[in-house]
Design a protein around this ligand. Structure first.
Ligand code: SF4
Length: 102
């Protein structure tokens, strides 16, 4: 059996084989996560939700609308929902902007 010359394994009393297994598990998880991002063609930071998923509509709901939502960035852009949104629109991710009243 091949042993890994690893200070952590030597110092902790754990066998080198357990340490090697943990190392390999981490590599597999990292590779799987990276592959998922490549398949999606995007990174977590710029991923947006489709309007259909957010149940976006182009009219307000009970006075709640995009222009009063903390996710609205102006010019028809939302930080969470993909595509152009209306300042008068609404979706299930609505979150009231600080200081906004309706
Ligand atoms: S209500 Fe929905 S679509 Fe409108 S700005 Fe907020 S999160 Fe975006």
């Amino acid at each position: 059996m091949t042993k890994i010359n690893d200070k952590t394994a030597q110092g902790s009393g754990k066998s080198a084989e357990l340490t090697r297994r943990g190392f390999l598990d981490r590599i597999m998880l990292t590779a799987a996560g990276g592959a998922a991002l490549i398949v999606a063609g995007t990174t977590h930071a710029d991923a947006k939700v489709a309007k259909r998923v957010a149940k976006y509509r182009s009219s307000p709901k009970n006075g709640k609308k995009c222009s009063g939502c903390k996710h609205y960035k102006g010019s028809g852009t939302c930080a969470l929902v993909a595509g152009t949104v209306s300042g008068n629109g609404y979706c299930n991710y609505y979150s009231k902007k600080s200081g906004y009243s309706y």
